[in-house]
Design a protein around this ligand. Structure first.
Ligand code: ATP
Length: 234
């Protein structure tokens, strides 16, 4: 469904991504794990067209994304939940959600998507008229996910959903990611919290300073001594 082939990304003279390749098949949860500065966010931004790679190709359902403008990529069925959530603080929960569906024309579909979001995030329904800036960190993460789901995406790209959340909220968010996946949305999950990510993912890639150094089935990686030592604190 999504194929990244040998991409290189530079910031000025510094090569942040040094020839990365990986694939996401329809229906999978793929985790991209790695520590601070490994290049995880850069990869997501390159997929969504915010950054152009120096070389390499990215294909989504057979179409070359490196030749597609960023604003068109959402319309192709891809949604991005950015690091730090980036919700509209001055707007209500409901208004934020509605903005997530701006590419859709069909009012019935928008209603249906809203119901889907409220069903998975009852807390957003309870707080639909609250200003987004006054939500707790966990609720803001839910809103960012809900907003992305409002476009009814085929694939959702999530950048560190666990960031700054208490363990209980992290578990709640990861449970919802699993449900969204079971409902048919493909997930690319970028995470520093390797343990949580590997627990829900089908397969995973480990990124270290711009290179993929390990990959495989998530359950095998959870049992891998190198992962245990470097990422699981065991
Ligand atoms: P984190 O988990 O801390 O968010 P990350 O794995 O997402 O890290 P990136 O944010 O992709 O990592 O950064 C990869 C490297 O590229 C880092 O060394 C970072 O300093 C550098 N970098 C990122 N954005 C820029 C930029 N706009 N200009 C220059 N260097 C950048």
């Amino acid at each position: 469904m999504l194929k990244i082939e040998n991409i290189e990304v530079c910031y000025g003279f510094i090569k942040a991504i040094k020839g990365v390749s990986f694939e996401v098949e329809k229906g999978e949860i793929i985790a991209l794990i790695g520590s601070n500065g490994a290049g995880k966010t850069t990869i997501l931004h390159t997929i969504t067209g915010l950054i152009s790679p120096k070389s390499g190709t990215i294909t989504f359902e057979g179409k070359d994304l490196t030749k597609t403008p960023a604003h068109k990529i959402l319309g192709m069925g891809m949604a991005h939940v950015p690091e730090g959530r980036r919700i509209f603080q001055e707007l209500t929960v409901f208004e934020n959600l509605k903005l997530g569906a701006y590419i859709l024309r069909d009012k019935k579909q928008i209603e249906k998507n809203l119901e889907y979001v409220y069903e998975h995030f009852p807390r957003l329904k309870e707080r639909k008229n609250q200003l987004a800036g006054t939500l707790s960190g966990g609720e803001q993460q839910m809103l960012a996910m809900g907003r992305a789901l409002m476009s009814n995406p085929k694939i959702i790209l999530m950048d560190e959903p666990s960031m700054g959340l208490s363990p209980i909220l992290v578990s709640e968010i990861f449970q919802i990611i699993k449900e969204v996946s079971q409902d048919g949305t493909t997930v690319l999950l970028v995470e520093q919290n390797a343990k949580k990510a590997l627990t829900i993912a089908d397969r995973a890639y480990v990124l270290e300073t711009g290179n993929i150094t390990l990959s495989g089935k998530a359950k095998d990686l959870l049992a891998d001594d190198r992962i245990k030592k470097a990422y699981l604190g065991e």
